[in-house]
Design a protein around this ligand. Structure first.
Ligand SMILES: [Zn+2]
Length: 135
């Protein structure tokens, strides 16, 4: 992205499995740059992890191994933990870089919700859909 101001092109539905296990549809804004034509999906603060069907709270529980109120099966939790193991170092380095460069504040150690939000909004989130797929 060229860091020019973005404008709303349209809104699009985005399905998500919430912490109560109910699948809901969010309406999110698709933002576009007039200069370079790139697009950016504006994610609601801390609720959605890019490319993941579960909400951030569910994903944090899977990472933590929290099995209370589970709305997922064991293989989903295994894949999420494998994804987290693969991306944690990258996320933490980017968080440290953003903290040093812009003074961004994070918990110590940074938590999933804040790191994902900052990475997505600064265009540093990497798509791991096929690049880092365990098994
Ligand atoms: Zn642009």
């Amino acid at each position: 992205m060229c860091r020019e101001p973005l404008h709303e092109r349209t809104t699009i539905p985005r399905g998500i499995i919430c912490s109560d296990g109910v699948k809901r549809t969010l309406i999110i804004r698709l933002m576009a740059c007039d200069k370079c034509g790139s697009t950016h999906r504006e994610l609601p603060g801390g609720l959605v992890v890019p490319y993941k069907r579960h909400c951030t709270e569910n994903i944090q529980k899977m990472i933590d191994g929290d099995t209370r109120f589970m709305h997922w099966n064991a293989s989903t939790a295994w894949r999420i933990r494998a994804w987290w193991d693969a991306v944690t170092v990258y996320f933490l380095y980017v968080a440290a870089s953003l903290k040093e460069k812009y003074g961004s504040e994070f918990a110590d150690p940074p938590v999933l919700r804040e790191v994902v939000q900052v990475l997505a909004n600064t265009n540093n989130y990497i798509c791991t859909r096929s690049a880092i797929t365990p098994g």
